[in-house]
Design a protein around this ligand. Structure first.
Ligand code: TYD
Ligand code: MG
Length: 474
């Protein structure tokens, strides 16, 4: 009787291998992510006796390697995120929720790049007619992109493994690709990993830039491209709220450029438009009163190499629930809990019985600790009902003892604020340097340097006290 090939269960989130099925992955703690895959090889054999390896040569650190050639798409937002263009022989993973606009973005990139370089777009998701329809909607039908619909990696490798092939190959998406030597279905970790491996190897051999599209779902039901992150040179995430038209392309890993760089786009009927001045866009929705609403603060942040101003909105309201609600959009909820605790413990504000909602306007996700002070300002403003001074930006990190800590690149933040017509700033005090003063004078801003979170609360209390007699007099 033929022996059944051994089965193993692979977590589709993290790739951990389990000998038997269970509801929860021991590796990453995700639920219901194990999928049966047949084992290709039996137990690993090790090197075994007999055959000897070849000696490897070591070299010094110094040497004049030429910079690898880069291909720019002449799309400023895309080129910046890739670190100045796509590198020859490199692999880029573009991840994102389904429907966020990955295919649209890459179709536009392909069309732009095709003006100067051979470009192939291979789709396993859509038929050629659909792709053509999209291209015509984007007004790109005349671009010399080589388009095809294919899913078998063997065919793709056979087609591309010739001299004089394209400079850029886009695979949309890696989850639809399959290698016919594996029994598991397309989209499983084994297939995704093996397909990507073959394509990346080909990219290195033939020297083309490879872009792999990967879907991430919040539920993690489709093989997450997490397992691919280690295999590629660059990982870009395309994010944004479906209801908003803004889309952000973020570099989370880049062997050929800085990580954390972002490119900002706007989804329109005619495809994605580049937004070269994101601050103006994120602040565009504010009313003309200059943010004179309680519970709103403008944060002067840094995304990658660029300053970005965003509005942070807070709503603090008495709760009718035993456990008050804490809801956050666009920021870390753990960080919010910390700020609330510091406000309670160090500044004596009573927030324990309040619902707290925090929102970063425009659909941006902020990861910088420098946003702490802006969040605190929005919270205190909402709690006291006192708006921040008009045209004021806020930034600074908050420590657990209630101190306001300096953050990097104060000058760049202030300069951007000045450029956009802001006139004031709440910033951390830089001890003994007076540095924030110099930067502020350059940017034509009046700054309030804060040492402790108390100082911020005092400003609001004074403003509230000043407002009260005025109101009773009228
Ligand atoms: P798509 O690029 O297909 O997303 P993904 O490849 O990430 O799954 O785009 C999905 C959405 O974008 C779709 O709902 C329609 C919208 N869209 C526009 O708003 N304008 C356009 O010009 C195009 C092509 C798409
Ligand atoms: Mg798509």
């Amino acid at each position: 009787m033929a022996k059944r090939p051994a089965s193993q269960y692979v977590c589709q989130e993290c790739g951990a291998v389990h000998p038997r099925w269970s509801g929860k992955c021991d590796g990453c703690g995700a639920w219901n992510t194990l999928v049966e895959e047949t084992q290709g090889d039996s137990a690993p054999k090790g090197l075994g006796p007999g055959r000897k390896g070849r000696k490897i040569e070591f070299v010094g650190l110094k040497g004049d390697n030429p910079q690898p050639p880069r291909w720019t798409a002449n799309m400023e937002e895309f080129d910046r995120v890739t670190g100045g263009g796509l590198v020859q022989g490199s692999a880029v993973l573009v991840g994102g929720d389904p429907g966020i606009g990955k295919s649209t973005l890459l179709m536009q990139v392909a069309a732009k790049l095709a003006a100067n370089h051979g470009t192939a777009y291979i789709s396993g998701e859509e038929a050629v007619e659909q792709l053509r329809l999209r291209a015509s909607r984007l007004g790109l039908s005349d671009a010399p992109v080589r388009l095809t619909a294919a899913t078998n990696v063997r065919d793709i490798v056979a087609t591309l493994d010739t001299p004089g092939g394209p400079d850029l190959v886009i695979i949309d998406s890696i989850q639809t690709m399959f290698v016919d030597t594996l029994e598991s279905a397309p989209g499983t970790v084994a297939q995704v990993r093996t397909s990507a491996q073959e394509l990346i190897r080909l990219a290195k051999r033939r020297g083309f830039a490879l872009i792999l599209v990967g879907h991430v779902t919040k539920e993690g039901t489709i093989a997450g491209p997490r397992v691919l992150e280690h295999m590629v040179d660059t990982v870009l995430y395309f994010e944004g709220e479906r209801g908003h038209q803004f889309r952000i392309l973020r570099a989370v890993k880049n062997r050929f450029g800085p990580a954390d760089e972002i490119g900002v786009f706007e989804m329109t009927d005619g495809g994605l438009n580049e937004i070269t001045n994101p601050s103006a866009l994120f602040l565009g929705d504010r009313d003309d009163g200059g943010g004179r609403e309680a519970g709103s603060a403008v944060f002067a942040g840094i995304e990658g190499s660029r300053p970005v101003l965003v509005e942070i909105q807070a709503l603090v309201a008495p709760s009718s629930l035993g456990t008050p609600r804490r809801a956050v959009v666009g920021w870390d909820s753990g960080r919010l809990a910390m700020i609330l605790a510091v406000l309670e413990a160090r500044c004596g504000l009573a927030l324990g019985a309040c619902d707290v909602y925090l929102n970063v306007a425009g659909g941006l996700r902020i990861g910088e600790p420098a946003a702490d002070l802006a969040v605190a300002a929005a919270l205190v403003s909402s709690l006291t009902g006192v708006p921040l001074p008009p045209e004021t930006v806020v930034f600074g990190e908050i420590g657990l003892s209630g101190e306001v800590r300096p953050v990097s690149r104060t000058d760049v933040r202030l300069k951007e604020a000045g450029k956009l017509g802001f006139t004031g700033a709440f910033v951390p005090r830089v001890r003994g340097k007076g540095k924030e003063g110099t930067a502020a004078r350059d940017a034509d801003l009046s700054v309030k340097a804060l040492e402790r979170l108390d100082d911020l609360v005092t400003i609001f209390e004074n403003d509230a006290a000043a407002a009260r007699p005025a109101r009773s007099a009228s």
